[in-house]
Structure formats: C-alpha cells, structure tokens
Design a protein around this ligand. Structure first.
Ligand SMILES: *Cc1c(COP(=O)(O)O)cnc(C)c1O
Ligand code: SF4
Length: 350
C-alpha cells in the first residue's frame, strides 16, 4: 500500500484511498472481556476491586481505538469509567427504574418514536459499537423493533401520513451501525417525502470508531438532497483524538452541521475545567455543544448521578468561563413533556 503523502495528512485516510481495516472489522475486534480490558491498561491486579462481582445484564463492549485513548494504569480514567461494568451497577437505588424516560409509552410502532412537535425519531437499530454504562437503553428490547426492518417500509408510511413532520431523526442504538447501503435505502425513501426538510443523525460512532466515517458513507451524506445535522456524543475532551477530528472535518466537508450532546457524569466530567476543555476541544473540530443531559434515572446508574443543584452551579461557572455559544443547554428528559426540559425548570412554560 502506498503511504499517504504528508501533504495530505490532514485528510482522513478513507478519502485518500488508504482505507486501512474496514470499520466492520474494527467493530468485530472490539474488546468484550472486562479482564482483557484491565490487562491492556495494566490494571489486571485490581480486578477484584474494579469489576462487578456478578453479571450486570449489560455486556462490556469497547472498540480498541477508544481503549488506546485511555490512560495506562489509571483506574479513574474518564473513558474507562464510561465502559467498565463496576460494582455500583448492582446497587438498587430508589427512583431508578427500567423505563425512566417514557419511551415505551411514546412508541407509535414500527420503530418510530414521536414525542415532540415536528420531529419523528426512528429507532434505526439496537446495536452500538460501545456500551456506555449510564445509557438508558441498557434495559431496552430495541433489537426486536427497529425502523430499518422491511426496507424501512412501515416507518416511511408513518412519515408519509403525517405532514407536520419536518425533521427525521435517526437514533437507536447507533444508526451508523447500519451499513451504508441500508442507510441509502432510507435516504431514497425520504426524498419522496417533500415535507421532510432535515435529516438528523444521532451517533456516537464518529467518536468511538471514527473509521465508520468512510468514503462511501461521506459520499452518501454529501449527495443527500436535504439539510443534514449530525449530533455526536462525547463526554470528555480525551475522547477526541486526531482520528476523531479528521472524521468531523470530513462530515463538515460533506455539508453536515455538527453538534454534540453529553451526559453529566459523576467522576467523569463533573468539573468546570473538564466541561470547558470539552467545549473548546469540540469547537476545535467544528462541533458546537448542544445538550448536556442530566442522567436519566435508570436502574444500575445511580453512581453516575450529579445532583441537580450541583449541575446548575457548574453551568453558572461555565457561563462565566466561556463564550455563550460554547455553553451547552442543561436539560433533563421528563416523561410526557413536550420538549427536553431545561434545568432549572422555571425556564419552561407551564
Ligand atoms: C431528544 C428527542 C428528540 C430531539 O429533541 P430536540 O430538542 O429537537 O433535540 C426528538 N424526539 C425524541 C423522541 C427525543 O427523545
Ligand atoms: S452509544 Fe449511545 S445508545 Fe449506545 S450505549 Fe452509548 S449512549 Fe447508549
């Protein structure tokens, strides 16, 4: 293989024709054994203290490229804490339930979730390249009900019948876990729905497996004849290395507006310094901070919770530190509400 010329080193390998191993292979090579992960990080001898002593019901899964961004020998690494099944997950906490955000109630069938005016969210797939321990989807039976089955047929019929929908949001699971031809089927079908002006893709893959942003997918994105928004998901500046920055540049080059959403997580990003560096690092890559979510109160995640008064205090400090456009909106998901709920709550019309 011809090495990429240094002159073009800022262009993602996928665009220079030097593709490296395909993203599907890197996906398959993800680490799924907690002991193997600890050994890679030089933490094997602390396994008893660090690992949950029983099955948590949600397997470990983390791509090797993401592991490479963790600090060797540091059990408090903010990336490691997002993926390691720890003992905290087995604790029962009052108020932490299985369907904390009311998604089961909002489901219209066929993998379409409609909670807010003008926007329909398609559960494109149940799979993710990484398993984030704080995720509300850890308890969901998404694998059975996705919008991608039967060539998106039922989901498209639903969208066709509701002309109030101007934005289609692909979510999951991670929608970029679908192959590009599968996404192309959806793109084509959406072109037949003139009331849909925007396609938004909620995905963590450009952060955790940036090789997914390959030439074939970028070509699809660029040709899609509608407005495009990609909302990535990073919680800490250390998640964003050069390969992620290149993937972001390539998505912008293909005409997408880039936003980020994060979850406020205890020990991971609950200081002003950490949140400020995340915003700065995102903006280096052309990504604007969009939402900072308070944790959904999902069973097994109580040890990640940052109390609401601390969260609002952190945001007040962040506002004094950064330009307004680098301060994310602090929100909480409230079952049955007509939008994400701003925190503090007074800001919402009652
Ligand atoms: C979060 C979410 C959206 C998007 O909300 P925005 O405020 O537009 O980002 C849409 N539908 C559902 C079901 C959601 O959970
Ligand atoms: S990638 Fe997103 S949907 Fe998947 S486990 Fe992580 S937070 Fe949840």
């Amino acid at each position: 293989m011809i090495p990429a010329s240094p002159l073009f080193s800022h262009i993602p390998a996928s665009r220079t024709g030097n593709d490296g191993p395909g993203w599907q292979r890197l996906w398959r090579e993800a680490i799924t054994d907690p002991m193997a992960l600890l050994e890679m990080l030089g933490l094997g001898r602390h396994a008893d203290r660090l690992l949950a002593p029983a099955d948590t019901g949600f397997a470990l899964r983390v791509p090797q490229g993401y592991v490479a961004r963790m600090r060797h020998g540091d059990a408090e690494d903010p990336l490691l804490l997002q993926v390691l099944p720890g003992a905290g997950e087995l604790l029962e906490s009052p108020g932490f339930s299985v369907d904390a955000v009311g998604d089961l109630a909002a489901r219209t069938g066929h993998g379409v979730l409609q909670k807010y005016h003008g926007r329909a969210l398609l559960i494109a797939t149940g799979s993710c390249a990484i398993h984030c321990r704080y995720c509300f989807r850890r308890h969901f039976p998404y694998a059975e009900q996705t919008a991608a089955s039967a060539r998106w047929g039922a989901a498209i019929e639903h969208l066709r019948g509701d002309t109030s929908i101007s934005e289609v949001i692909l979510s999951g699971g991670d929608p970029l876990s679908l192959s590009t031809p599968k996404l192309a089927e959806l793109g084509e079908a959406l072109c037949g729905l003139p009331h849909v002006r925007r396609l938004r893709i909620h995905t963590r893959l450009p952060i955790v497996l940036p090789q997914r942003v390959d030439a074939e997918w970028l070509d699809w994105l660029e040709r899609l004849p509608m407005q495009k928004v990609v909302v990535v998901h990073a919680n800490h500046a250390n998640e964003i290395d050069e390969s992620v920055a290149e993937a972001c540049a390539a998505m912008r080059g293909a005409g997408a507006v880039l936003l980020n959403q994060s979850v406020l997580l205890r020990r991971i990003n609950d200081t002003v310094e950490t949140l400020a560096s995340l915003s700065e690092r995102l903006f280096d890559c052309g990504v604007l901070p969009y939402y900072l979510h308070l944790l959904d109160r999902v069973r097994g995640t109580a040890h990640f919770e940052v109390p609401e008064d601390r969260a609002t205090g952190l945001l007040a400090d962040l506002r004094e530190r950064l330009p307004g456009y680098l301060v994310p909106r602090l929100v909480r998901e409230v079952a049955g509400a007509a939008s994400k709920t701003p925190v503090p709550r007074e800001a919402l019309r009652t």
